[in-house]
Design a protein around this ligand. Structure first.
Ligand code: E4P
Length: 215
């Protein structure tokens, strides 16, 4: 399963990339705004220079023509740019056209299996179901991942399932058990993945026992 970081913070991207485990980056307008990147293009160029993998860049237009115009410009920035498109009717129209032009898309804000099926039919490269936001409204987000993976397998769709809105390591492990293709996470969750209190306690004991030998 590929690991993406879900942030527009360049220091976090660098730090995660240094761990040697990063396969890509997802951003969205809220994350870009949070970091105060007024120059979106320059931010994307910097990210592409740090990570050699899929870099999702979201359009802000909500009509097909506008999405196509923005997406084509974004795709010119770097070969690794994946144009992130909202899962609305106009977005699906644009995804179909991008697909015919060889432009990769990440269809975002997916909250149902029917939406995911339409995105695959339109030719999406990635589908982003938001598990944490479903959990927030008492709907099991991981059940949706299970349904989408099953549906895509039934019909051999090539669209990759990217688990988004991940809040904790259990989302990550369940994504892998289900067979999702990608999991995108905030930096904090990536750090949590390697952490275990028994590892820390065990290491401390090994070190103190070793020191006793040196006395
Ligand atoms: C996905 O690509 C989105 O950027 C992201 O995962 C949304 O997560 P949130 O629900 O924590 O905002």
């Amino acid at each position: 399963m590929k690991i993406f970081i879900d942030t527009a913070n360049l220091n976090e991207i660098k730090e995660a990339a240094d761990m040697g485990l990063l396969d890509g980056v997802t951003t969205n307008p809220s994350l870009v705004s949070k970091e105060g990147h007024k120059d979106f293009r320059s931010m994307l160029e910097k990210i592409c220079a740090i990570v050699d993998g899929d870099i999702s860049a979201e359009v802000v237009a909500v009509d097909c023509e506008g999405i196509l115009k923005e997406g084509r410009e974004l795709a010119k920035i770097h070969k690794n740019i994946v144009v992130k498109v909202p899962l609305i009717k106009e977005g699906l129209k644009a995804v179909k056209i991008f697909h015919s032009e060889g432009i990769k898309t990440n269809v975002t804000l997916c909250f149902s299996a029917s939406q995911a099926l339409l995105a695959a039919k339109a030719g999406a490269y990635l589908i982003s179901p938001f598990v944490g936001r479903l959990d927030d409204i008492s709907q099991n987000g991981m059940e949706l991942i299970q349904q989408i993976v099953q549906i895509y397998q039934n019909y051999d769709y090539e669209t990759q399932v990217l688990v988004a809105s991940v809040r904790h390591p259990i989302h990550f492990v369940e994504s892998a058990l289900i067979g999702a293709d990608v999991c995108t996470m905030p930096f904090k969750v990536i750090e949590q993945l390697a952490k275990h209190p028994l590892t820390d306690i065990g290491l401390e004991k090994f070190m103190s026992d070793w020191k006793k030998l040196q006395k």
